[in-house]
Design a protein around this ligand. Structure first.
Ligand SMILES: [Zn+2]
Length: 448
């Protein structure tokens, strides 16, 4: 049902685009603000207080504080035929394009660069379209279209790089491209304003690396018909009637990413699952629920440093957030053992992820067993209850365990997630046996 509604919306968007005038102007024309700039003196067209200047040798059109509001006969303000080959629009200062119909139509690959800004406002046709690959390179571009999608790389890829900022708000989509790549500290902010439509529609894949993506719409906010791969990025997707973010393939979230999704009944999901990979230097938590307020850690949370998990039940939750986990440490003072009762070393515990630490900074991870001090005179108690320990989610002390059990053997290696067997000392073995003997008690405490 949801799929049907969503696809219905998609189909309409495609039809609308197909009906838009597609014919390029004859080769040898490059229309800018109502003038064929190839015929203009010094390849320069006045644009309000500013200018548009074309460099035919390098195919660079430089806009300097330009205000463009004159369309050509095809109702386009900038109309680039395929004969140009490949165009770069370079932005200097603040530039604007306004038209009731179309803004920029490039029938070739298009790059927009420069330190300036470009704000495009259009009505019945998308503000920014290319039929070749579109690259926003460090520039700041804002497109608002009231009666069509906003930004489209038609049958081609859209790439943001080098700190680019691209904002797209359109009726049927904010952004529509084959592959959408947002890289190098770039920002993509999108919205689809019509019921059941999308903010981002990636027909082959969506990639974010060290960047930010925001999508808001009524239909699936961020939709990819292929994989979605998010690395070290901040992604926020909000849908009022459908999924927040949906990959028809695999949804992967890696590194130091914060991904927050809210849908009507599914926050995020992938048809081939959701794979979450923690960075080597930190934990990742997975919060799921109806909304941000009620969300709780999922069964797969937290994901430890360097680990990755496949989450298969994301589709059960209308809210899902994957984010770096920050430990909230509770101090537990040392208790000396007596002949009758065991004691413990001082330690710090994070209830959110169930991890023990030897220090207040949470730098040195230890196991629960490491905190245990056997009753006086019973340190070498034989392992009389082996068989009970393995049944639970007990983590056997790693090689670092022996060094932090209070006996001070001083061989901490920090290799927590990869227990090695080569350096087990006699001391570690004894601590392990002692821990095993009370494993049942510790487990029941932990599960309380
Ligand atoms: Zn924690």
């Amino acid at each position: 049902m949801r799929m049907k509604k969503m696809l219905c919306g998609l189909l309409v968007a495609v039809l609308v685009f197909a009906m838009a005038p597609m014919a390029a102007f004859a080769a040898g024309e490059l229309w800018v603000n109502g003038v064929d700039i190839l015929t203009a003196d010094s390849y320069t067209v006045q644009c309000g207080e500013g200018t548009a200047v074309y460099d035919p040798d390098n195919a660079i059109l430089t806009l300097t504080n330009a205000t463009l509001n004159q369309a050509n006969r095809a109702s386009r303000v900038i109309d680039v035929p395929s004969s140009i080959g490949e165009l770069t629009i370079r932005l200097v200062g603040d530039n604007t394009i306004e038209n009731h119909s179309e803004g920029i139509m490039a029938f070739c690959p298009l790059t927009i660069d420069g330190q300036g800004t470009l704000t495009i406002t259009t009505g019945t046709v998308a503000g920014l379209i290319s039929s070749g690959d579109m690259v926003i390179d460090g520039a700041t571009v804002t497109v608002t279209t009231t009666n069509d999608g906003a930004i489209q790389a038609n049958g081609a890829n859209l790439t943001l790089q080098n700190g680019a900022t691209l904002k797209g708000t359109g009726k049927y989509y904010g952004v529509n491209a084959q592959q959408v790549s947002v890289t190098g500290k770039s920002t993509l902010i999108t919205a689809g304003t019509e019921e059941l439509y999308n903010a981002i529609l990636a027909n082959t894949s969506l990639i974010a690396e060290d960047s930010t993506i925001t999508g808001t719409s009524d239909g699936v906010a961020i939709l990819s018909f292929g994989p979605i791969t998010l690395t070290d990025s901040t992604v926020t997707a909000t849908s009022t009637s459908s999924y927040g973010m949906w990959s028809v393939d695999l949804l992967s979230i890696a590194g130091h990413s914060t991904v927050t999704t809210q849908g009507e009944n599914v926050g995020m999901d992938g048809n081939s699952g959701v794979q979450i990979s923690a960075p080597s230097d930190g934990y990742v938590e997975i919060l799921v629920g109806d909304d941000a307020e009620s969300a709780q850690p999922s069964a797969s949370s937290p994901v430890g440093p360097g680990q990755n998990v496949s989450v298969t039940d994301m589709g059960n939750y209308s809210y899902a957030k994957v984010a770096p986990h920050t430990h909230e440490l509770t101090y537990v003072p040392a208790v000396d053992p007596t002949p009758a009762k065991p004691g413990n070393i001082e330690y710090w515990y994070c209830e959110g992820c169930g991890t023990y630490f030897a220090d207040a900074e949470g730098a040195q991870e230890i196991t629960e067993a490491d905190t245990y001090l056997a009753p006086e005179g019973t340190a070498d108690i034989p392992g009389s209850n082996e068989g009970q320990v393995g049944g639970g989610d007990w983590d056997w002390p790693s090689s670092s365990g022996g060094s932090t059990s209070g006996s001070g053997s001083g061989t901490t290696t920090g290799g927590k997630e990869n227990p090695s067997t080569g350096d087990s000392s006699l001391m570690a073995g004894i601590a392990l046996l002692a821990a095993a003997s009370v494993g049942g008690i510790l487990l029941s405490k932990k599960r309380k």
